[in-house]
Design a protein around this ligand. Structure first.
Ligand SMILES: Nc1ncnc2c1ncn2[C@@H]1O[C@H](COP(=O)(O)OP(=O)(O)OP(=O)(O)O)[C@@H](O)[C@H]1O
Ligand SMILES: [Mg+2]
Length: 208
């Protein structure tokens, strides 16, 4: 599902991340670990096609994310990748349902409210569909961000520090939700964190 070769990224001549070779098979869950500043977000942004790495190749679901035009990267991301970023980037002034509809539209998919209801229910936030995103608690917003990442059933889910703002109980829950959603859709899941509370939940790890 993910294939990385000879990846290196520099800022102002300083190498901030180097991944010579990394493969994540379809349907696997994998953790990217490392202290603050070790390049976890840079790596996830490169996989998502949000950052162009200085060197190396990245393939997602057999398609090149590197060495292609920005429009191709955007299309590949929209079709194949669900993102949960540390800052959730929900649109606060519209409802939870509308946030998820935007994700469907950006992926070029028809509006599918039944799928939205299904994914919200599976995350136990079905009753929040009509709430404005800015009215949600941190834990609820986290669930909506997870719902938005999985609503289109992307084959690859990337989550950058999805638990850093959460207390122990919500941390465990959010992670279970991510793992369950990935399993339900057969998605490959990659989580980047410096949160040692969650390392035991993953058999596969990449240490930066
Ligand atoms: N846009 C940028 N310009 C210059 N340097 C950057 C930029 N983004 C990140 N860096 C540097 O690259 C290094 C890796 O940053 P990155 O955000 O990938 O680390 P991280 O492992 O995600 O850290 P954290 O755990 O704090 O989120 C850091 O030293 C950071 O200062
Ligand atoms: Mg980071």
């Amino acid at each position: 599902m993910l294939e990385i070769r000879g990846l290196r990224h520099q800022y102002a001549g300083r190498t901030v991340v180097s991944v010579p070779e990394w493969d994540v098979p379809r349907g696997e869950a994998s953790l990217v670990l490392g202290p603050s500043g070790s390049g976890k977000s840079t790596l996830l942004n490169a996989i998502a096609g949000l950052t162009t790495p200085t060197e190396g190749t990245i393939r997602v679901a057999g398609e090149a994310m590197t060495g292609v035009a920005p429009a191709s990267r955007d299309a590949l991301r929209a079709r194949r990748i669900g993102l949960v970023l540390q800052t959730l980037h929900l649109i606060g002034v519209i409802t939870v349902r509308e946030n998820l509809r935007i994700a469907q539209r950006l992926a070029g998919l028809p509006r599918d409210d039944a799928r939205i209801d299904e994914v919200l229910a599976s995350l136990a936030i079905g009753e929040l569909a009509g709430s404005k995103a800015r009215q949600l608690s941190v834990g609820e917003a986290q669930r909506v961000a997870i719902a938005r990442a999985v609503v289109n059933r992307p084959p690859l889910i990337l989550a950058d520090e999805p638990t850093s703002a959460l207390d122990d109980a919500n941390c465990g829950k959010a992670l279970t939700l991510l793992l369950d959603q990935a399993k339900a859709t057969g998605a490959t899941l990659i989580v980047a964190t410096h949160d040692n509370r969650i390392r035991e939940r993953f058999a596969r790890r990449l240490e930066l």
